[in-house]
Design a binder for this molecule. Structure first.
Ligand code: ADP
Ligand code: MG
Length: 274
């Protein structure tokens, strides 16, 4: 099922967070949305998931127009997400955190007449999911008692447990160490499936470059470029948006050198070209 944003804009008062953005996402691929802080990445996720209304434009999922629907309907149509800041139920166990993902759907299924999973079926799916995300050993532990890295993995599991065809991941590696980030990248890559589109917002460029089929670069709410990891890596406009122009970088280097000469700075910190 394809997801498409057509000329979507989002204003917060006088701030234009997203400006005439058109993007489409097909099942079978991993897409990354990258861009400097404040570029509008989370706003895109929040609009698709129904957390933010759209100021203008259309968001489609298959034949449905999402931007007129409440959040629970969008979830029920098959859009799952994680949040930039963890939103687990700390006082519930790991298993219960997965089980509740079915509840908004099951009560909607009563209205729509769709098949509802029995408790036993639900538990079976949840246990299989715990296994897949390497969380079986902590199924009875309170989510709030898990170390942070495993909380992030549980948040990821929650987005996939209902087999949603569109999964939005907002910074799954935020706050993780190098080893955990690599494990997260491997896990997300393994979740790629022909019947699912994964849309990733992430700052960790190693992860983005290694697992994305396409990268969309946002800058000040507009699409700067779209392409394969290699195309994006070598795009000059992307390098400027992230790192400034070569002249600006030279100016900063000279300033750092003169400060260091005056004993004001201890290192070349911060000016690294990846
Ligand atoms: N709920 C909100 N109210 C007001 N401004 C917001 C809100 N959410 C985001 N913004 C603004 O919209 C812009 C894009 O934010 P965001 O989508 O969070 O950026 P990113 O995720 O790329 O860092 C920023 O200028 C941010 O301050
Ligand atoms: Mg964000």
């Amino acid at each position: 099922m394809a997801l498409a944003l057509e000329n979507v804009s989002k204003h917060f008062g006088s701030l234009v967070a997203i400006k005439n953005l058109s993007l489409s996402f097909d099942a079978g691929s991993i897409y990354s949305i990258i861009g400097p802080n404040g570029a509008g990445k989370s706003t895109v996720v929040n609009m698709v998931a129904g957390s933010y209304t759209v100021t203008s434009g259309i968001i489609r999922l298959g034949s449905s127009i999402l931007n007129k629907l409440p959040k629970y309907r969008i979830a029920q149509l098959g859009v799952a997400r994680t949040y930039q800041n963890l939103r687990l139920f700390d006082g519930m166990t790991v298993l219960e955190n997965l089980e509740v993902c079915f509840f908004p759907q099951s009560w909607v299924t009563i209205l729509t007449g769709a098949k509802r999973l029995s408790k036993a079926e639900r538990l079976h799916v949840c246990h299989a999911c715990l296994e897949q995300f390497h969380l079986s050993d902590v199924s009875d532990v309170l989510a709030g008692d898990l170390p942070y890295g495993r909380q992030k993995m549980l948040e990821l599991a929650r987005a996939f447990v209902t087999e949603a065809p569109v999964v939005l991941l907002d910074e799954p590696a935020a706050g993780l160490n190098h080893t955990e980030t690599k494990a997260m990248a491997t896990m997300i890559a393994s979740l790629k499936r022909n019947d699912r589109a994964i849309i990733l917002v992430e700052h960790d460029m190693d992860m983005v470059m290694s697992i994305s089929d396409r990268i969309d670069v946002l800058n000040y709410g507009e699409l700067l470029c779209s392409g394969t990891p290699e195309q994006v890596r070598t795009n000059e406009r992307v390098q400027e948006a992230y790192l400034g122009t070569t002249e600006e970088l030279d100016d900063i280097r000279k300033l750092a050198q003169s400060r260091r000469a005056q004993g004001g700075l201890r290192s070349n910190a911060g000016i690294v070209r990846h």
